[in-house]
Design a protein around this ligand. Structure first.
Ligand SMILES: [Zn+2]
Length: 330
């Protein structure tokens, strides 16, 4: 497994002094996609957003008093019903991204601080997603479960919710992941993620373990504080409750860490291995996004939009160490 990086040094003249700035270009060990770690600090002063919480709550279709009337229905698998478990409510996405496109509303509360999310919220949503996926017709589907939280992460609705997207066609990135993983398995005889855990376990990007799940910082981060969760059980629909709980618990720990770092917004995705083959293992990726507030800033700009080049300001080995130190306490 190769962890390749290139370094460029930029020289700038500031007040008669030459300052050197380091730019690290890192190649993802599976896909070879590059990310840049640049020397920049994140201005954390984005202002309050109490008004936004109140105004978005006034029309929110996912709040408990409106969801029954406003949620779109899935006519086939869910027989036009809403599926509920704990605080989670599963229903069709009014604006589908694929043949099967669902929303799992996670919480009764309209807004939560990152430290207020509970493992049970994610666990219940994962269980409902499993119920739905197990009722799908035969055929090959690409299944992803993702979350955008707050506007700086791209979410149009503040109320915490997951999206489950089940498509007959892979996204561009999933296609890249899949053929890279297939090539890896053919060459090495094992799936990439098993090898990654074995390789990283003793290293300085390893963070810790929750039940049946290993957590580490991504070598070539796709955003701020990019962590990867690698479950033992490889197919999402067949995952045991212990496995789902292990994933949910790790997520909660990372969200608490983000809050400690002053972040409040995030994206995550579960790439599900279901119906793909044993070269692919379900894996979770999570990044923090620029903090949301009255004056928030979008951290996706032209390199990502047109060149698919991720830019981040923090070094994985450093933040993995920080999280590792508090992993069992948070
Ligand atoms: Zn709401």
């Amino acid at each position: 497994m190769e962890f390749r990086k290139e370094v460029e040094v930029a020289k700038i003249l500031v007040a008669d002094k030459i300052i050197e700035s380091r730019i690290e270009i890192r190649f993802d060990p599976l896909t070879l996609q590059t990310s840049r770690i640049i020397n920049k600090s994140l201005n954390m002063n984005f202002g309050e957003f109490d008004e936004e919480i109140a105004s978005s709550k006034s029309w929110c279709p996912f709040c408990s008093e409106k969801v029954e009337a406003m949620a779109a229905r899935d006519p086939e698998i869910m027989k036009a019903k809403l599926w509920r478990r704990g605080e989670t409510i599963l229903f069709a996405n009014l604006m589908p991204y694929a043949k099967y496109s669902l929303i799992a509303r996670l919480t009764d509360e309209h807004y939560l601080k990152l430290s207020e999310f509970r493992a049970q919220h994610f666990f219940d949503a994962f269980k409902l997603a499993q119920d739905y996926i197990s009722d799908l017709p035969e055929g090959k589907f690409y299944i992803t479960i993702g979350m955008n939280y707050l506007k700086s992460a791209g979410s149009s609705i503040m109320h915490p919710h997951l999206q489950i997207v089940i498509s007959e066609n892979s996204t561009d990135y999933v296609a890249r992941l899949e053929w890279s993983a297939l090539e890896y398995k053919e060459q090495k005889g094992k799936d990439f993620w098993t090898d990654l855990v074995n390789f990283e376990k003793e290293g300085d990007r390893y963070v810790g373990r929750t039940e049946k799940t290993e957590w580490l910082a991504a070598f070539a981060p796709k955003g701020f504080y990019h962590f990867i969760g690698i479950p033992e059980e490889w197919e999402f629909v067949k995952m045991s409750e212990k496995q789902l709980y292990g994933i949910a618990t790790g997520l909660i720990k990372i969200l608490r860490f983000y809050e400690k770092k002053g972040m409040n917004s995030f994206n995550f995705i579960l790439f599900c291995a279901d119906r793909i083959g044993d070269h692919f293992r379900t894996n979770l990726n999570i990044v923090a996004r620029s903090p949301f507030g009255k004056y928030y800033w979008c951290d996706v700009f032209f390199p990502k939009m047109f060149q698919d080049e991720s830019i981040t300001f923090f070094t994985p080995e450093e933040y993995a160490k920080e999280l590792k130190e508090v992993w069992n306490e948070i």
